[in-house]
Write a protein that binds this ligand. Structure first.
Ligand code: HEM
Length: 180
């Protein structure tokens, strides 16, 4: 997993819970990297899972809730670092459709070692955007936070319904519907 995910995660933890919490989760985890991350480096995905698990235990918060909050935080980082992806479209549906066929494609060109999720999108007859997330890394809650913040960004409200399609959470469906 790319270092930007780790550096931003630790920044969020510091802002929301303080430096002692950052220190605690780094100390409690068994990290190959030694807990030293640079934005362009690549690290074992299991490290973010350990950091999240220790945060969840210490803060007594659900890991899914924390991962969703991190998705929202990461959205703001992407907006700052890659503004052109957001300016290329003017609404949330076009933006969300562009992740799999444009944004993550460009990310992969920039960082060939990035391991990205798959998103299948289509609009149904009710004007709902159906977005299916597939990833062995099972970070559907991160996708949820990113989707929710994308909607806020484009300023037209939508309902987001999340359905986990299989037991291990590697396939998650999002139904994004216009609010009546
Ligand atoms: C400009 C916008 C975006 C950029 C530049 C971007 C870039 C990235 C990068 C660099 C990673 C890490 C890959 C790795 O660690 O190897 C990643 C992972 C991920 N991205 Fe994006 N992304 C963007 C928008 C989004 C949005 C809006 C969503 C929500 C649907 C999304 C969903 C995910 C998820 C869920 C992962 C975690 C990996 C996984 O679940 O397999 N991304 N993205």
């Amino acid at each position: 997993m790319k270092g930007i995910v780790f550096t931003e995660f630790l920044d969020m933890v510091e802002k929301e819970f303080g430096y002692e919490m950052v220190d605690h989760i780094l100390e409690s985890s068994d990290l190959e990297s030694g807990g030293i991350y640079t934005a362009v480096g690549t690290y074992n995905h299991a490290e973010i899972v350990q950091l999240l698990t220790h945060l969840s235990i210490k803060a007594e918060m659900d890991p899914g809730v924390l991962l969703n909050a991190f998705g929202k935080y990461l959205f703001d980082t992407f907006l700052k670092v890659y503004p052109h992806f957001f300016q290329a479209v003017d609404n949330a549906f076009d933006f969300l459709k562009s992740i799999d066929n444009h944004i993550h494609v460009e990310v992969k060109k920039l960082y060939p070692d990035a391991v990205l999720p798959k998103f299948e999108t289509h609009e149904n007859e009710n004007g709902t955007l159906v977005m299916t997330y597939t990833s062995e890394r099972r970070m559907g809650a991160l996708a949820e936070g990113l989707i929710e913040k994308s909607i806020v960004h484009y300023k037209v409200p939508y309902f987001v319904e999340k359905n986990t399609l299989n037991e291990d959470g590697s396939m998650v469906e999002f139904l994004i519907s216009p609010q009546q």
